[in-house]
Design a protein around this ligand. Sequence first.
Ligand code: G1P
Length: 288
Amino acid sequence: MSNHLHKIIFPTAGMGTRFLPTTKATPKEMLTIVDKPLIQYGVEEALAAGMDEVVMVTGRGKRSIEDHFDISAELENSLNASGKTELYEIVSHISRMVEVAYIRQKQPLGLGHAVLCAAPWVRDECFGVSLADELILSKGKNAMEQLRAVHEQTGASVIGLACVPDNEVNRYGIVKAHDEDGFLRLDDMVEKPQTELAPSNMAMIGRYIFTPRLFEILKTTKPGKGNEIQLTDAMCQLAKEEPVYGVLIEGERFDAGNPYGFLLANATLGLQHPKYGKLLRQALRNIL
Ligand code: G1P
């Protein structure tokens, strides 16, 4: 069993094609949900789950992610000097919340390849992977904490799942699973299947914990769907070699990397926001 789980990979090199033209010059991870960018929600979730060694696999045009987590001395000094204490606290907290390492994925060869780029940094440890465009709001344990709980009981790889409608299975990696001693053991997964070929409607929703064996498999994983090295294909092989478990995540999930999911996330969090919630509710009522 492994309680030593500190490392987490955020693949952030994707081109954000579902959100063009916004993502032409702005990383999708920097899209704002109410008052902070998606990537910050992801990092805060990971930190709360005890994963405090973060690596981001970035690409060209992703500099603003690095700047977001870096110290901005000019801004901090200016906020301090003008007595804007509350803003100063917010800004300086972000730059000090975590040490982040950055690795460049030089070519867009797929999610599996992005994860493999971080292998020299992770080495021989279990590690998390989080896709920041999937925003998950949980009342109790957050999504990564839910995965971690099963990982600590089993020592195995654990994948976050959610049931999706039949007409959406072709947007996700879909799993085939069976019950085993109270856990959901995954037998197979397929990347973005046609509805008729989907083994279930349980989709992978961008939260993963892996044993380091995954890296060995990724090294020999051939390009699959879309001619990309798919994480899903490597997971399939992993599930053949050792147990891989699924967890149906408790929480409300938003696929915020596309405009509709983004709007829904903003509306939901906006309505809950202590400062803007009441005003937004009234304004929406007026519109409707
Ligand atoms: C990726 C994965 C897919 C997963 C999805 C979750 O797809 O390849 O298996 O279900 O993230 O959002 P992408 O959205 O990058 O095409």
